[in-house]
Design a protein around this ligand. Structure first.
Ligand SMILES: [Ca+2]
Ligand SMILES: [Ca+2]
Ligand SMILES: [Ca+2]
Ligand SMILES: [Ca+2]
Length: 431
């Protein structure tokens, strides 16, 4: 199993293990009861499900197979969701566009609001979406090639969902690394090129590549267009962001999968590690005694770096100064926040909304998609939802929000129900 799937499977397994025999907290029951009354029962408040999104703030998208989504973006009143489906046989990239009202968009994908993209006839899965000018967008993830080896995979689409054949090779590009590699995030640079980041295995390292605006590997980046960084153990990158003219990457590092910690690395645009960051370009920080890792990051206006971390049951946040040191003005004095909302929480994705920090993830056992909001200093924002958290109940199946995005002040999440025949789930909350 590739490291992403392994990590994510571990995460759910951990929640199952820890949560077995436990019941939902009273707060969650009160929240469920309040939601049953409906957001229109009284004045709408931040954290309410948005009734203008498919009537109840929630949408289930069944593509006919086992369907998953890992990323969401809002554009011009439409909602793009990227993931994978095995409908039709082997897994393919799946991209769904919903209207602002939360239903499949008839102007996308030839009328049904869905496009799927196959690379080599094998397993393909998308984990990131990046909006481009003129309504175009990139979707990135992994594709198994003819040798069964996982490569970075990216496809560019036009506004309509049609592949943009002017990009790469007929709209697609794959990049092979030694062993297997999975692209989990990407960041667009000012010149229109794109840096893709992810994880390799069985040698577990941060891996990066840079593609030109036209979708060719930029061979001047790193070695022949590839950068492989060993942080000292089992390492994998899950997210990237631009910090001025540097690329900041976040993920995990540990001597073994049992001892993973939050890991950051910073690179120059040419792919070299930036030794002005934390002394050697790399920074590893432990959030809890057990395993933890970074799932997403944002760079704040002052160059500080905010990470959301898996911590084994709480929402973990850590803020770093621009040069990589922990920012002790954040959280309880050590630059870190561990927020417990009364059960098992997991933070998957992070976005800044004005000065507030919005985390998408999961709550409960089995989990439902949830949004958690914090103030700029890392304190829970009690004006949001129930004690800083809002949950979208999608029934008894395991479901998480893997992606979060803002639509104006509203908060979009997308994820999936984790069952055979599972479906993509999206929810929109008032901000
Ligand atoms: Ca396929
Ligand atoms: Ca740790
Ligand atoms: Ca907890
Ligand atoms: Ca399905």
């Amino acid at each position: 199993m590739d490291p992403v799937r392994r990590i994510r499977a571990q995460e759910v397994t951990i929640m199952r293990t820890i949560g077995s025999g436990r019941r939902r907290s009273g707060a969650a029951l009160v929240l469920a009861w309040a939601m049953a009354l409906g957001p229109q029962a009284s004045g709408a408040v931040p954290g309410d499900l948005d009734p203008t999104f498919d009537g109840d703030g929630k949408r289930v998208v069944d593509l006919g197979g086992t369907d998953q989504s890992q990323a969401v973006a809002a554009r011009q009143g439409k909602i793009l969701i990227a993931g994978t489906t095995n409908e039709g046989g082997d897994n393919d990239f799946a991209v769904v566009q919903l209207t602002n009202g939360g239903v499949p968009d008839p102007s996308f994908g030839g009328g049904d609001g869905v496009v799927t993209t196959d690379f080599f006839g094998g397993y393909d899965s998308a984990y990131a979406v990046e909006l481009l000018p003129k309504g175009k967008f990139l979707v990135a993830g992994q594709a198994l090639d003819g040798q069964g080896r996982s490569r970075f995979a990216v496809a560019r689409y036009r506004r309509s969902g049609a592949l943009d054949t002017s990009y790469g090779s007929k709209g697609k590009r794959t990049v092979a690394f030694p062993g297997n590699a999975v692209a989990l995030d990407m960041v667009r640079l000012p010149d229109g090129s794109t840096v893709l980041v992810g994880a390799s295995y069985p040698k577990e390292n941060f891996v990066l590549t840079r593609l030109t605006k036209g979708g060719r590997v930029m061979r001047s980046f790193g070695k022949k267009g590839r950068v492989i960084t060993n942080l000292g153990g089992e390492d994998g990158a899950s997210a990237a962001a631009l910090q001025d003219d540097r690329i900041v990457v976040a993920g995990s590092s540990g001597a073994s999968s049992a001892t993973l910690n939050v890991a950051l690395a910073r690179y120059r645009l040419g792919g070299a590690l930036d030794r002005r960051f934390a002394g050697n370009g790399k920074k590893v920080v432990s959030m809890v005694a057990g395993r933890d890792w970074a799932n997403d990051l944002v760079v704040l206006a002052n160059g500080r770096i905010l990470v959301v971390a898996y911590t084994g049951g709480d929402i973990g946040l850590a803020r770093f100064k621009p040069n990589g040191g922990l920012d002790r003005s954040f959280g309880g004095g050590d630059g870190k926040v561990l927020a417990d909302f009364g059960d098992d929480e997991t933070g998957q994705a992070l976005v800044r909304s004005g000065k507030k920090l919005v985390v998408g993830g999961g709550f409960g056992e089995p989990p439902d998609p949830a949004v958690f909001r914090f103030g700029p200093g890392g304190g829970v924002d009690a004006t949001f939802g129930s004690g800083g958290m809002a949950v979208a109940d999608f029934g008894p199946d395991i479901a998480l929000a893997w992606g979060v995005a803002l639509q104006g002040t509203r908060i979009l999440t997308a994820g999936y129900t984790e069952t055979p025949g599972g479906d993509i789930v999206a929810a929109r909350f008032l901000g």
